[in-house]
Design a protein around this ligand. Structure first.
Ligand code: AGP
Length: 372
């Protein structure tokens, strides 16, 4: 009903707007006064976590994209090898699992059959399963060894938005917690990141306050057939998520690529006036990646693409090659998806609306997919 939408035209718009609170709520109570992580709710004994020699993330759709980002965080902060796999593929390839494997199953609904079957398979092989879930008491957390709940509140729109951001927060918490329990050499960095996480809800709020030009741009592209999305590092899963949102809401052909792969094929797709969204990594720190993506933007623009560039505030190198520039606040590299995804959600929602689509209930889709 209109009342449930609290004045918003759709649940999706309401849920996009709720993201700063969802992010803050998911952090609440999980970092103590000294900046250490307190995740007692993760009922897997620290001794067991110290012996983990492999992490495998299983999930579907948007939750899978959160998993792809989790891999960067887990491997960086813990040095434990991490694989990410589509839950629907997982058990069919006879994956290598044992008691030292930690399987992380990510699901908003907690009822996705593909993810449930993957975790059942993992437990049968002796692996421990930690669920990251938004729905209290749902099947996936009930069947897992432990659960870290995301506190996004109920997500009604079929397209996941606030649940995704909170899944990212939960993944960072798990990665940092593993690092803390295992005492990795990234101890100092972990303290800094925890501090940065505390400010991230405000950064998401800031992005939401600057979305009018993105809406206008989306409306102007409503007649297009294709939109491409490019990113590198954690920006690659962000690009995949931007493309998924556009497919499910606008029923448009959209594809996400790793920018480094452009030259291995996708660059052949670039033609006059093709909209290409590029998620640019921070110029600080990993500046080589930044330089490389700036040359990608240059290359595609030289071939006629219409470049829509999502870049950190103060990144001046992208300015000459951006037909449209969307600014996001500076964050540590690994946390950038929390702010970079938001414009892509707004873009897809607005573009779909301009095409006359029902954004909360896209055709052919259900909120939770309870069949394999
Ligand atoms: C997201 O916008 C999709 N509707 C879909 O990909 C979803 O993320 C996927 O089906 C997984 O759902 P879950 O998180 O409830 O397991």
């Amino acid at each position: 009903s209109a009342a449930e939408k609290a004045g918003y035209a759709s649940f999706m718009l309401k849920e996009i707007a709720e993201q700063p609170k969802a992010v803050a709520d998911t952090l609440l109570g999980r970092i103590d006064g000294s900046g250490a992580l307190s995740l007692d709710e993760v009922r897997i004994p620290p001794q067991v976590l110290r012996e983990v020699d492999k992490v495998v993330v299983v999930a579907c759709g948007t939750a899978y994209h959160a998993g792809l980002i989790a891999k960067y965080a887990i491997e960086h902060w813990t040095r434990i090898p991490c694989e990410v796999e589509l839950a629907s593929e997982f058990r069919y390839r006879d994956p290598i699992l044992d008691q030292q494997t930690l399987v992380v199953a990510i699901s908003q609904s907690g009822e996705t059959m593909d993810t449930l079957m993957a975790l059942r398979h993992a437990r049968e092989q002796g692996a421990r399963v930690l669920a990251i879930c938004n729905t209290n008491g749902s099947t996936i957390p009930r069947e897992s060894d432990a659960v870290l709940y995301t506190h996004a509140g109920p997500e009604v729109a079929v397209a996941s938005t606030k649940a995704f951001l909170t899944q990212l927060v939960a993944c960072y918490l798990v990665a940092l917690y593993l690092g803390q329990v295992r005492g990795t050499k990234y101890g100092d960095e972990i303290g800094d990141v925890v501090r940065d996480l505390s400010g991230i809800s405000g950064a998401v709020e800031q992005v939401l306050g600057t979305m009018d030009p993105v809406r206008e741009l989306a409306r102007s592209l409503a007649h297009k057939k294709t939109v491409l999305f490019l990113g590198r590092h954690v920006g690659h899963p962000v690009a995949l998520e931007g493309a998924l949102k556009l497919k499910e809401l606008a029923y448009m052909h959209a594809e996400g690529f790793a920018a480094g792969e452009l030259k291995h094929g996708p660059i052949a797709l670039i033609e006059e006036d093709l909209p290409v969204v590029v998620v640019v990594p921070s110029p600080r720190g990993r500046s080589i990646l930044h330089d490389k993506i700036v040359s990608n933007i240059q290359e595609i623009r030289a071939r006629g693409a219409r470049t829509i560039v999502i870049a950190e505030e103060g990144d001046e190198a992208v300015v000459p090659y951006a037909d449209h520039l969307v600014r996001i606040p500076a964050t540590p590299t690994l946390l950038q998806p929390l702010v970079a995804t938001v414009p892509l959600q707004v873009f897809a929602c607005e573009l779909a609306t301009a095409r006359g689509n029902e954004v909360d209930q896209p055709r052919n889709l259900a909120k939770s997919v309870t069949v394999e």
